[in-house]
Design a protein around this ligand. Structure first.
Ligand SMILES: Cc1cc2nc3c(=O)[nH]c(=O)nc-3n(C[C@H](O)[C@H](O)[C@H](O)COP(=O)(O)O)c2cc1C
Length: 177
């Protein structure tokens, strides 16, 4: 299983969580790390190159810090420009069919806040529906998400544990039945 992690963080140099995750992922030869803001500092996405990367991998993980219950801007632009009619969907669009897609996110809000009764009102599973719906639309299979919440109260131990758990998740996650 060849995994591509598309990491999108506009200020990775001051990131704690996403930077630690990427540092660990780079040690694994079965995982390709692709940082969008590093590849495209001018935010000008090379669509053909991105499509080739997707075609060369079986499992794609979108890793990002949750921004306003959504993705950082460049990842939204990636969806808008890379998932083209005739490539990802439409009568002849089958290049993403059968591939696995999932999200790995960090959040300021705590786990308790991402509940129906919590401060953020919706669960992360609900907030990630656009990624799940997009996966369905492009004939992929959606993986359970991976998340680390409450990042402002993060001990070095919890970060190290989440990093190990994340690698394990990437290597073992199976699509929901
Ligand atoms: C513009 C912006 C929007 C954010 N929106 C949310 C949000 O909707 N929910 C949330 O829990 N955290 C939100 N955060 C907090 C980030 O998710 C948090 O800082 C990030 O996950 C930390 O990861 P890092 O250490 O890799 O930077 C936001 C942060 C920024 C800068």
């Amino acid at each position: 299983m060849k995994t591509l992690v598309i990491a999108t963080h506009p200020s990775i140099e001051i990131s704690r969580v996403n930077a630690a995750w990427l540092q660990e992922l780079r040690k694994h030869s079965d995982i390709t790390v692709h940082e969008l803001y590093k590849a495209y500092p001018d935010e000008n996405i090379d669509v053909a190159k991105e499509q080739q990367l997707i075609e060369a991998h079986d499992r794609i993980i979108f890793q990002y810090p949750l921004f306003w219950y959504s993705t950082p801007m460049l990842l939204k632009k990636w969806f808008d420009s890379v998932l083209q009619y005739g490539w990802a969907y439409g009568p002849d669009g089958s290049k993403t069919a059968g591939k696995q897609f999932g999200a790995a996110i960090s959040t300021y809000g705590s786990e308790a806040s991402y509940q129906a009764e919590g401060a953020n009102r919706f669960t992360l599973e609900e907030i990630l529906r656009p990624i799940e719906a997009t996966t369905h639309f492009i004939s992929g299979t959606y993986l359970p998400h991976f998340a680390l919440s409450d990042v402002s109260n993060l001990s070095d131990e919890r970060l190290a544990q989440s990093t190990a758990d994340y690698v394990h998740h990437i290597q073992t996650a199976v699509p929901k039945a």
